[in-house]
Design a protein around this ligand. Structure first.
Ligand code: FAD
Ligand code: NAD
Length: 474
């Protein structure tokens, strides 16, 4: 069969691309090996983790209410019901995607695809006994995503050693859990299990949790996690895992020397690898870099004129919203529009408690580039709403170009930071000045005010913060 456009992969990159192509009147075929659409994000990533984090937050609030004089009896968790409710969220959303695909006349082909030439895919049947088929195409948008990175030495054949997919299955609420990797997944899933009652420890190779995030944003999270988790081991390596029957024996090597401990389960969350191998890219003109990412230009074109690539398979940050935006750009390019993927800000959100979010320039990047910017922080201890919520541990900051007052970056730590950062994205994309942020009337009392107030503070004019005249008023 010959098709004009095939999208390989039905994750947030692939289905966004296929749906836009259909909306623009293009005939589109989507190949997906999974039974359901949604990819990593919907089936085993963003959505199930956020459903479980929601439950974790509610459990935390029952404890936090004590200081307001409200006592809840210790909640009990029915893990089977919780798992079923989480799975219902997934099935509702993936069912919705299936309906949307049908209504748009997107042809779905189920099977495992592999390039056999720059414009041919062999698609192995997804079910035993099913027929494989050959698809030739004018263009392919490669959206094959990523998978958990594995550490071969940790493959000890024990079901107690999990990756993020296993952790999200929620087989049980283990008595203890070791999370290897203090990144996005480790801290989000560690939070889920800790709130459900598991004694959680985290081991991180570097000297900080979330090495990609600014230190001042990580600090309030780390302080809270030090209370929620049993132990956080930084600058520590897991040397060996051993199957000890109903536990896993873990050998550590850290600043205090070697040690050994047993855990009911271990979650390995040390990053993700692009799905660029095993799909026949060597039969095409596509270039793959040393880290396994497919190389693309700002129109998502690979070195092969037939093939574009989007999402996790073509680089970092591996985030769903980046994948879907790149998918739309790729389709617009094929539709003949002068589209490019050149965002000023791709927001990042870690959905822990407190949440951490940033967009645009970060302080970590400044350290490398040496660029001169002014940073204005607004501590949530000065926010009335934060006091009313009992959450004064937050902070909002803006990174501003002192020459032009243009907002270059926004960073937020605190509950709801993931929602609040959207304003920062808009400000950066629209080239707003700090004055624009300051003079836009924000509703009171809300945490969104902290974005405007951090801009006020840049001018030394924040109502709730006193700065002596000498250093105030630009
Ligand atoms: P994917 O979603 O990985 O989809 C690729 C699809 O291609 C899959 O369905 C796969 O089955 C299919 N495929 C691959 N190879 C073939 C083949 N040869 N033949 C046929 N089909 C194939 N991101 C966020 O932005 N926010 C979050 O909160 C967030 N939370 C996450 C939590 C977890 C636990 C994890 C693991 C990830 C999370 N992410 C989050 C990252 C997000 O899931 C990914 O960035 C996103 O799914 C990437 O989309 P994609 O379309 O590029 O690839
Ligand atoms: P990550 O890159 O965020 O974190 C991995 C961590 O493991 C790093 O801190 C790294 O220093 C550490 N590490 C690496 N090797 C180690 C080892 N041998 N021992 C101990 N620590 C080690 O990766 P992740 O948490 O696996 O998540 C993968 C990707 O998925 C993220 O980078 C992100 O793109 C995406 N994701 C996003 C969200 C979100 O948007 N909220 C949530 C989950 C995942």
């Amino acid at each position: 069969m010959h098709v004009p456009l095939v999208v390989l992969g039905g994750g947030p990159g692939g289905y966004a691309a296929a749906f836009l192509a259909a909306d623009l009147g293009m005939a589109v075929t989507l190949v997906e090996r999974d039974e359901r659409l949604g990819g990593t994000c919907l089936l085993r990533g963003c959505i199930p983790s956020k459903a479980l984090l929601h439950v974790g937050r509610v459990l935390a609030e029952t404890r936090e209410m004590e200081e307001w004089g409200v006592h809840f009896p210790r909640p009990t968790v029915n893990v089977d019901a919780l798992r079923a409710r989480k799975d219902k969220v997934i099935s509702t959303l993936t069912g919705g995607l299936g309906q949307l695909a049908r209504r748009r006349n997107v042809t779905i082909v189920r099977g495992n695809a592999r390039f056999t030439s720059p414009n041919t895919l062999e698609i192995a049947a997804a079910t035993a006994g099913g027929a494989s088929q050959t698809l030739t195409f004018d263009h392919c948008i490669l959206a094959s995503g990523s998978r958990p990175a594995r550490i071969p030495a940790f493959d000890i054949g024990s079901p107690r050693v999990m990756d993020s997919t296993g952790a999200l299955e929620l087989a049980d609420i283990p008595e203890s859990l070791l999370v290897v990797g203090g990144g996005y997944i480790g801290l989000e899933m560690g939070t889920v299990y800790a709130e459900l009652g598991t004694r959680v420890s985290v081991v991180e190779l570097t000297d900080t949790l979330l090495p990609g995030a600014d230190r001042d944003l990580v600090k309030p999270l780390q302080q809270r996690l030090e209370k929620l988790f049993e132990k956080i081991h930084l600058r520590t390596k897991v040397v060996k895992l051993e199957d000890a029957g109903d536990s896993v024996r873990v050998h550590f090597d850290g600043p205090d020397g070697p040690s050994v401990r047993e855990f009911s389960r271990v979650l390995v969350a040390v990053g993700r690898r692009p799905n660029s191998d095993g799909i026949g890219l060597e039969s095409t003109g596509v270039n793959v870099n040393a880290k396994g990412f497919v190389e693309v230009d700002d129109q998502q074109r690979t070195a092969d004129p037939h093939i574009l690539a989007i999402g996790d398979v073509c680089g970092e940050p591996m985030l769903a919203h980046r994948a879907s935006h790149q998918g739309k750009v790729a389709v617009e390019v094929l539709h003949g529009e002068p589209a490019v993927f050149a965002p000023r800000a791709i927001p990042a959100v870690v959905f822990t408690d407190p949440e951490i979010a940033w967009a645009g320039l970060t302080e970590n990047e400044l350290a490398v580039s040496g660029r001169v910017v002014e940073i204005s922080r607004y501590p949530w201890a000065a926010s009335g709403r934060a006091h009313a919520l009992g959450r004064t541990d937050g902070m909002t900051k803006v990174l501003v170009d002192p020459e032009t007052d243009t907002v270059l970056g926004v960073g937020i730590v605190g509950p709801g930071a993931g929602e609040l950062i959207a304003e920062g994205v808009l400000a950066i994309e629209m080239g707003c000045s700090a004055r624009d942020l300051m003079e836009s009337i924000h509703p009171h009392p809300t945490l969104s005010e902290t974005v405007a107030f951090s801009a006020e503070n840049y001018f030394g004019l924040a109502t709730e913060i006193y700065r002596p005249r000498a250093e105030a008023a630009k």
